[in-house]
Design a protein around this ligand. Structure first.
Ligand code: C5P
Length: 220
C-alpha cells in the first residue's frame, strides 16, 4: 500500500499553509510546504549573485543539489542559517514566484519534494502538488478565497507582526503573483481534474479543516 498523500493547492494567501498544517497535525502526518523550497531557492540564488532570470536558469538549478535545507518545527535552516523570517517577506514570495517559473528549477526540486512522502503519510501544500508532484494522491483539495479576503488576511498577518503594509498594495501583489503562477508554461496553478474545490472565503479555519478531515475519512 502506497504511503498516503493529501494535496492542498491554491493561490497565494488562500490559507493553504494553515489548512495543511492543521490537517497534518490532526492525522499525525508529515508536512511539505513546497512554497518554502522555492522561497529558499530564490534566496540562495540571490546570495550567489544570480539575478532571477531565464539567463541563469541552469546556474540556479545547479545550486539546488548543494543546498542544505532543514525544517525543524516552525523554523527553516539554509546551510545552517535560520532563514525562517527572511523567506516570509512579500518580496521573498515574489522572488519565489520568479524562480518557480524556470522549468529546470522545478525539475531540480522534484526529488526533494518526493522525499517528504514518509509513513504514516504526508500533507503537501503548494501550486502543483495534485497535478505534477503527487498526481496519484488519494485526496486533492484546491483551496480558493476571493482576492479581497486573501488580501485582508495577509494584511492582518503582517500588521500583527509589526510589518507595515497597505491593503491595496497587498492585493495588487497577490494578483500579480497569481497571474504569473497561473500563466506560466510549466506546472501552472490550476485544480487537478480530480480535485475537490474548497472556497474558504466565508469559512473559519476549523470549518475548513473539519471538511477536509471528513473528505479524508470518507476515502478510508
Ligand atoms: O506558497 P508560497 O506563497 O510560499 O509560494 C511562493 C511561490 O512559489 C508561489 O507564488 C509560486 O510561484 C511558487 N510555488 C510553485 N509551486 C509550488 C509552491 C510554490 O510554483 N508547489
Amino acid at each position: 500500500q502506497a504511503i498516503p498523500v493529501i494535496c492542498v493547492d491554491g493561490p497565494t494567501a488562500s490559507g493553504k499553509g494553515t489548512l495543511a498544517g492543521a490537517v497534518a497535525q490532526a492525522l499525525g502526518y508529515h508536512l511539505l510546504d513546497s512554497g518554502s523550497l522555492y522561497r529558499i531557492t530564490a534566496l540562495a540564488a540571490l546570495q550567489a549573485g544570480l539575478a532571477l532570470e531565464f539567463a541563469h536558469e541552469q546556474a540556479i538549478a545547479d545550486l539546488i543539489p548543494g543546498l542544505s535545507i532543514r525544517f525543524s518545527q516552525d523554523q527553516v535552516f539554509l546551510n545552517g542559517v535560520d532563514v525562517s523570517e527572511a523567506i516570509r517577506t512579500e518580496e521573498a514570495g515574489m522572488n519565489a514566484s520568479r524562480v518557480s517559473a524556470l522549468p529546470k528549477v522545478r525539475l531540480a526540486l522534484i526529488a526533494l519534494q518526493h522525499s517528504f512522502r514518509q509513513l504514516p503519510g504526508l500533507v503537501a501544500d503548494g501550486r502543483d502538488m495534485g497535478t505534477i508532484i503527487f498526481p496519484e494522491a488519494a485526496l486533492k483539495v484546491f483551496l480558493t478565497a476571493s482576492a479581497e479576503k486573501r488580501a485582508q488576511r495577509r494584511y492582518k498577518q503582517l500588521i500583527s507582526k509589526g510589518i507595515s503594509a497597505t491593503l491595496s498594495g497587498l492585493r495588487a501583489d497577490l494578483e500579480a503573483r497569481d497571474a504569473r503562477d497561473t500563466s506560466r508554461s510549466v506546472a501552472p496553478l490550476k485544480p487537478a481534474q480530480d480535485a475537490q474545490l474548497l472556497d474558504n472565503s466565508d469559512l473559519t479555519v476549523e470549518e475548513s479543516v473539519n471538511l477536509v478531515l471528513d473528505w479524508w475519512q470518507s476515502k478510508q
